[in-house]
Ligand binder design. Sequence first.
Ligand code: ADP
Length: 580
Amino acid sequence: MEKLMGAGMATDTAAETARTAAGTGSAGRAAGGPRGSEVPLLRRGDRRRKVVLSQGALSIVVVLVVAVLWLLDPDSLFADPLFPAGILLEAGLLLLCFVVPWQRLPASAALAVPLLDFAAVGLLRAGAGDHLSGVGVLAAFPAAWIAASRIPTAAAAALTAGGSLCIVWGPLLFGDARPGPAEFLGPFLLPVVLTGLAAFISILTTERRAQQEAVSRSQAALRRAAAEGVERERLLATILDTVGVGLVVVDRDGHDVLMNARQRISHGLAAPPGNDDPNERQLLIFGPDRETPIPAEERPVRRAVQGESFDDVQIWLGSGRAQQAVSVSARAMTDDDGTFVGTVVSFTDITSLLRALHAKDDFLSNVSHEFRTPLTSVLGFLDLILDRRDSLEPDVVRYLSVARRNALQLEALVDDLLAINAGTFRVRPVQCDVGELIGACIASAQPAADAAGVRLINTAPAALPAVADPVRLGQALDNLVSNAVKYNRRGGTITVGADLTDGLLRLGVEDTGIGIEAEELSQVFDRFFRSPAVRVSTVQGVGLGLLITKSIVTEHGGTISAVSEPGQGSTFTMTLPQPS
Ligand code: ADP
């Protein structure tokens, strides 16, 4: 059967197979054009070739039959005119196959040829008579052609049955003899066999075609998926090269899987002179002082490869004027089982930011210095005048005292700014009475608390001997108590307490004020931090008080902590270790 089809029936399915293999079929066009399954399976130019091939097989066999007859019994060829008529019809049909523009006609038009083939085979069979038994078998060719076309199996079987019945009954109907039922039933085997053959081929072809189409569709889907994958990869590469952040993707073994353009530049910057392809250990990576190399095991990429995730690790890359400050973050990637499969490391250039911060610090430091000299002079002259207060009008003394107090405040602020910029608050711990210190602090905060309608409560012992710098600790306490007054509410309370246990001096300031939001709590000790709510209020402040307080506590070797409930209040606790 296959052989038969292979020789003569250039079926749609066979043509599809050829096209799919060549990659020019529906699947081949699927990526950029219409969906694979919607593209016609047979190209129009192929139709004539298919018709000629299908008819050619029968024509070749007819030529062979004629040749054999010619050799065996040349006279028998023309004994009956129906035989040459059959040959002529066959030849005419082959010619038709060549000349008819099949591509312009509907696909089903070509079926006229196998139907006429039945007539040709009928003529050959009738004309051959007893000379060549079994010529009717040639009808298997048009039967197979019809069966392999795209018409339904039932239609193929019906056409084949009709055609083959014409072959066997034609001579009976148009002959001179008057045949009886026995003559009609006698040659019934041929139509039955051919119809069965047609049904069989049709079912087989339909199944094969369905399989082929399924394969074509899945190939088209695969090609589409591959094309989409390539497109997505291109998009990702463009995005990675567009973002202003250096990115490296490293696999579990520490091999670079991906590095974007920005990171390649930074990587080049960190390469030692004369080494174009340095490994991680050889890269010039320094700590905050820009000079101390970071040990290989502590380098951000090494830590990331070991599965660590982190944020904002600041390093310096390269050396000299081109040195770059970078903030590094890493996120570990895990598979469904939670196994580490790689890491993504990002590098953000913060050189300009750090330069701006340094410029700001320098500016503050310079301005503070510039303020200091005239302020000292103003205070000196104010003191000189106030030394002669007996000879001055009381009003003048009052005005000058206000001016002196404000000048002293300004001087304290300038001192704080200078100390913060210098990064140190020198403390001189001595034996002192912290109970007395707290009492003095509360007494000086009382007028402000009264004005704000806030009650001050002292739960600390009246006398609490401890080792601390009384001036600096007093300053720290003043800051906490004045904040507790400033950020409190009318009718609120402030409780100041202290104790000394297990070699630790603890001082706590608790208020029932506005409280601090959780996300702001970690920032209250930062330089110039003021919560957004406070910034828009009329409460005075510059955001240095808690930083100074923390610096004083740190200089004592202690710690400070804050807990707060927004809307309920805050508690600040200073803990200072005591010498044993
Ligand atoms: P300043 O008081 O000058 O603004 P601080 O450094 O003393 O600066 O305080 C920083 C910020 O912390 C304040 O602006 C305020 O938002 C918040 N804060 C400090 N103490 C308290 C407190 N007791 N209750 C509520 N918020 C506070």
